[in-house]
Design a binder for this molecule. Structure first.
Ligand code: HEC
Length: 179
């Protein structure tokens, strides 16, 4: 008997919770402003569906050594496990079976605007997931700038150097060959 009473009481509780008085969205509610259960959105409200994020396609801040160093640090932490330290796509995770990313040194990615790297970090790309939750926007730009520096590092030519830098390089090379 006791158990039936307990079940009865519990069921009654459940119904009470479900049937408590409440308003449905936009239901008429005399006495409230507009006689509606919902308030009007404040002026200037933009719906989430309408909001269009405008992203710059180029670096929104001046390029600096600090920015590149931040980019290198973040790239080494978040990207190199798959993309490899130089961006060749041979990171440690790939060597253990994760699909290999394309080399960041392909002609297509060398010609891509920095904003493309920003977008890939923000939204993910194919099987690569988004890093938006882990890498804030300013660090995404830093990484994008560092990727460009990595690309230049793999495609430099002697002509990019001043005569003095060339002499310095030759001197170092000869030093390297010494017994
Ligand atoms: C877990 C492995 C992994 C990590 C970590 C990773 N990526 Fe990727 N990434 C990939 C794979 C795999 C692809 C190729 C995806 C595809 O084509 O489906 C890719 C593709 C890319 C591309 C090429 C997009 C194109 O246009 O082809 C860029 C650029 C890129 N990643 C940048 C980054 C950056 C920057 C980071 C660090 C914030 C990062 N990735 C971290 C695996 C990874």
């Amino acid at each position: 008997m006791l158990i039936f009473t307990a079940i009865f009481l519990l069921c009654a509780c459940g119904q009470d919770m479900r049937n408590q008085p409440r308003y449905d969205p936009y239901q008429a509610a005399p006495g409230w402003p507009n006689d509606q259960s919902a308030r009007m959105p404040v002026e200037g409200t933009v719906s989430r569906n309408q909001a269009v994020e405008t992203r710059p396609t180029t670096l929104p801040e001046p390029l600096s050594r600090e920015l590149l160093e931040l980019g290198r640090e973040r790239f080494d932490i978040f990207c190199s496990p798959c993309h490899g330290g130089t961006g060749n796509g041979d990171g440690a995770i790939v060597q253990r079976g994760f699909p290999a990313p394309p080399s960041l040194h392909s002609a297509r990615l060398r010609n891509a605007p920095l904003g493309h790297f920003y977008d890939v970090i923000s939204d993910g790309f194919g099987v690569m997931y988004s890093y938006a939750a882990r890498v804030p926007p300013d660090e995404r730009w830093a990484i994008a700038a560092y990727i460009r520096a990595l690309q230049l590092s793999q495609h430099g030519s002697l002509e990019d150097l001043t005569p003095q830098q060339r002499r310095e390089l030759e001197r170092q090379n000869q030093g390297g060959k010494a017994p």
